[in-house]
Design a protein around this ligand. Structure first.
Ligand SMILES: NC(=O)c1ccc[n+]([C@@H]2O[C@H](COP(=O)([O-])OP(=O)(O)OC[C@H]3O[C@@H](n4cnc5c(N)ncnc54)[C@H](OP(=O)(O)O)[C@@H]3O)[C@@H](O)[C@H]2O)c1
Length: 336
């Protein structure tokens, strides 16, 4: 049995961005579809804000064929994308103890997605938390995607206070989160970005900035405990010389001919310098951790453009330019 919040909303259908086949942004259409009905252990959330991010792009395009083993071999299993969200709980299954109707929540779900819609259902024990009180729906919606990838890679590299870290692509969703999370860990951060964003990256806490339009970071005289290529534009081979003796390299991309997969297996056997390829994972604890950092203003997601749900194809096109600064929002409910 499900308790519903009494309000004049239509309980049967909702507006959603759906894609029934893999392909370019244009495969996404706005349709009226059945509103999800939460099971006994699920919440129904009225989505206020969500993002279009590189995870959505990857699942929509199925550019890497291997991703189809998760998302559906011939056509997408999850037809409504959208993995991070902020919104209001409007219904709870009768076994739900953690949340109540009216709660403002945010979270992440890259298993069933569904946030590119007016309503989203999600297990109450998922990667979801009450919204930080000092954050808007817009900021809360962008708290988890880039940050959980950054968190996963920083943990894999076992970054310690005082270590020297280089972040390439410090203006992306992952990179801009990584700079802030690394500073929180006490690392000394060199960030790589384009000329226009040098001041932004300094404001995130970077100790040193390299403008990639003016110099090649792989030729710097500095040496690093950890080189994190948050936009996957470099290679282990090109960065090996700037790693310290026991330095670690991580990229967010597979690399040329998927070399980062096999280099992760080979480098620990042949060198003290290593490439790691951690598999990303997000838990509820991670969401609580990010919430705590956001409450303390230690971490603040960088927000670039915002679009309405009707403009989602344009949002996808912009994200796929590879030039977004931080996060691109979809405002589903303008009233909140
Ligand atoms: N397949 C998946 O499911 C998946 C999921 C998440 C992330 N990823 C990968 O992770 C990477 C990062 O994602 P993201 O969302 O954080 O990226 P993003 O936000 O799309 O990154 C864009 C930023 O990277 C900067 N940039 C572009 N080329 C650069 C270069 N050569 N050197 C330094 N900075 C450069 C751009 O700055 P300028 O405008 O100054 O060029 C822009 O600000 C992407 O490669 C993405 O494909 C993949």
């Amino acid at each position: 049995m499900v308790e519903l919040l009494s309000s004049p909303i239509n309980y049967d259908t909702m507006k959603a961005a759906i894609h029934l086949e893999y392909g370019p942004p244009e495969v996404v259409n706005i349709r009226e579809v059945d509103k999800p009905v939460p099971a006994e252990n699920e919440l129904l959330i009225k989505v206020v804000a969500t993002t279009v991010n590189r995870t959505d792009c990857g699942f929509r395009s199925a550019e890497y064929f291997v991703s189809r083993f998760f998302s559906g071999l011939l056509r997408p299993k999850q037809t409504i994308l959208g993995n991070e969200f902020a919104g209001i709980v409007v219904a709870v299954g009768n076994q739900v103890k953690e949340f109540s109707r009216g709660d403002k929540v945010f979270g992440y779900n890259d298993v069933t997605f569904g946030a590119h819609a007016e309503y989203l259902k999600i297990p109450s024990k998922g990667a979801i938390a009450l919204m930080p009180e000092n954050l808007s729906f817009r900021e809360a919606a962008a708290l988890t995607e880039g940050a959980h990838y950054a968190l996963c890679d920083i943990r894999a590299a076992k970054v310690k206070k005082g270590q020297e870290v280089l972040v390439n692509g410090a203006t992306g969703a992952i990179g801009s989160a990584a700079v802030q999370l690394l500073k929180h860990e006490g690392a000394i951060v060199t960030a790589v970005c384009g000329t226009d964003n040098v001041e932004l990256v300094k404001s995130l806490g970077a100790d040193k900035v390299i403008d990639f339009l003016k110099s090649d970071f792989t030729k710097t005289d500095d040496r690093f405990d950890f080189v994190f290529d948050a936009v996957g534009k470099s290679s282990y081979g090109a960065c090996k010389n700037i790693l310290k003796k026991h330095g670690i390299y991580i990229s967010t991309e597979l690399g040329k001919n998927a070399e980062n997969i096999y280099l992760a297996l080979i480098t620990p056997l042949v060198s003290k310098k290593r490439l790691l390829f951690p598999l990303p994972y997000v838990s509820r604890d991670d969401v609580y951790f990010l919430k705590e950092l956001a409450e303390k203003r230690v971490f603040k997601p960088v927000i670039d453009r915002e679009y309405s749900l009707n403009q989602i194809v344009d949002a996808y096109k912009y994200v796929e330019t590879g030039q977004k600064i931080g996060n691109v929002l979809i405002i589903v409910d303008e009233q909140e």
